[in-house]
Every structure is written in structure tokens, then in C-alpha cells.
Design a binder for this molecule. Structure first.
Ligand SMILES: [Zn+2]
Length: 254
């Protein structure tokens, strides 16, 4: 079996739009925390050390995470939209397929492009497949361009995938829609509200989840024939959850 990690490490870095903060409580501080309330001096702990812990401050959309339908709007398919703890587990462990969407263009990924790539790799989608879109934008992690230089996915490509029975679509960029500056320019030029977060807002019509900020999709040795796990952390009434995304190849790779 071969396991390939597709998640970014959560840490205080400039590519998080809302800074991530981690306060580390050391082993010796931990000895005081555990021992003092019950009258044990830290010197009585083995080697003077207790147990460490960390306090973390971040948003549900920090790092590699899964967006739930409630993130897109209060309703999806005419029903109250699912929150992250209500995402069916079956959506989060399934056959994976990675599509090469690396090009020079800055246009959002289209359904035509997805269908051509599926044809090229000889793969037919089936319901609940987890579709991973490789744009290469993760190489910009750590630079200001990470926020601005990515393609995003068009509304019609999202709709096409969801119509095939896909419930989870992942991408290796900052966001699933085009960069904010580009959406804003489109909106200001045409004045139509539908041009703001068009793929996200498709999720008000049909339920789907998206994984944002994947990394290392270029390390997948084959475009299909693997499983993906992306179980989100259960957070009460939240619109997203952090997830450790792993590609699993059962067969030894030659
Ligand atoms: Zn998100």
C-alpha cells in the first residue's frame, strides 16, 4: 500500500488569510498545570516534565479543509443545508481521480476541459467518486501570488460534476472560485450578482462539498486506481472542517 499526503501543515504562515496562532505549553509548564492544583511540585514529575499541550486559534477555512453546503447558503436543494458534522461519511472515502488542469490560461476550469481530460486518461466518472483538480497553484504557497494567481472552477464545470453524482471536488488552490479580484472585476463590468462566487453559490441549488488548499497532487503516480479519504473534523454547526486528505494506492506501484 502507498499513502500520499495531500494536506498542508497548519502553522502560522503568510498564506493563511486569517493568521493561524499556536501557543505551545511546554512539558515543564505542563507539570505546573497538572501538578500545582493537587499540590505536586513540578520537580516531582519524572525529569521535571509533565505533559505538553497547545492552544490553537484559526478559522474553519484554515489549511486544507472541506466546505459543507451550509457555507454556501442556509438552504441547498430546498432543504436546510448540511453542516460539516452532517456530511455523510460515504462522501469522504471513495475512489479518487486526479485531472490535470495545469495550463497557462487563467480562465476558470470548464466542463469541456474536464471531459477532455477524462477522455484522455480513459476514466468514466461514477457517483461518489472524489474528483481532484490539479492546477499547480500550490507551488505558490508562501508567496503573495498564492491569493491571486489561480484559476478556480466555473459554475458550469461544478454543475456538470455534481450532475454526474460527484459530491466532493478538491482543488490545489487558495479558493474554489476564481480569485476575488477577478470576480470583482467581472461584477463591476457586468453588474450581475451571480458573478460573485458562482461555483460556491451553485451549492445552494445542488449539494456538494469542496476541498480547498490541497497540495502535492503532482505526486500522485496514476490519475485513477486509488482511494481518497477526506473526513472532516466534527465541529458543531460549522460550514467547514479541517481534513487530512490521503490518497491510498492499494496495489504496489511498478
Ligand atoms: Zn473554504
Amino acid at each position: 500500500m502507498q499513502l500520499i499526503d495531500l494536506s498542508i501543515t497548519l502553522e502560522p504562515v503568510s498564506s493563511e488569510p486569517v493568521p493561524v496562532a499556536i501557543d505551545y505549553v511546554s512539558h515543564s509548564e505542563g507539570a505546573d498545570i497538572l501538578g500545582k492544583p493537587v499540590g505536586i511540585d513540578h520537580s516531582h514529575f519524572p525529569d521535571g516534565m509533565g505533559l505538553s499541550l497547545e492552544y490553537v486559534r484559526l478559522t474553519t477555512h484554515s489549511g486544507t479543509h472541506l466546505d459543507a453546503p451550509i457555507h454556501y447558503g442556509p438552504f441547498s436543494e430546498g432543504k436546510p443545508a448540511r453542516t460539516i458534522e452532517d456530511i455523510p461519511l460515504e462522501w469522504c472515502l471513495s475512489d479518487g481521480v486526479v485531472l490535470d488542469c495545469t495550463t497557462q490560461t487563467t480562465e476558470p476550469i470548464s466542463s469541456q476541459e474536464i471531459q477532455s481530460e477524462l477522455e484522455r486518461i480513459g476514466y468514466t466518472l461514477k457517483p461518489l467518486d472524489i474528483v481532484l483538480l490539479r492546477t499547480g497553484a500550490d507551488r505558490l504557497w508562501g508567496s503573495p501570488e498564492y491569493f491571486t494567481d489561480f484559476r478556480g472552477v466555473s459554475r458550469e464545470a461544478t454543475a456538470w460534476l455534481v450532475t454526474q453524482g460527484i459530491k466532493v471536488i478538491g482543488i490545489d488552490s487558495f479558493g474554489f472560485d476564481p480569485p476575488f479580484g477577478r470576480m470583482l472585476a467581472d461584477y463591476q463590468r457586468e453588474g450581475r450578482a451571480e458573478l460573485l462566487w458562482p461555483a460556491h453559490l451553485y451549492g445552494r441549488e445542488r449539494e456538494y462539498c469542496q476541498i480547498e488548499r490541497l497540495v502535492h497532487l503532482d505526486r500522485l503516480p496514476q490519475p485513477s486506481g486509488f482511494k481518497v479519504t477526506c473526513f472532516p473534523i466534527k465541529l458543531r454547526q460549522c460550514g467547514a472542517g479541517w481534513t487530512r486528505v490521503i490518497a491510498i494506492y492499494e496495489e504496489p506501484l511498478s
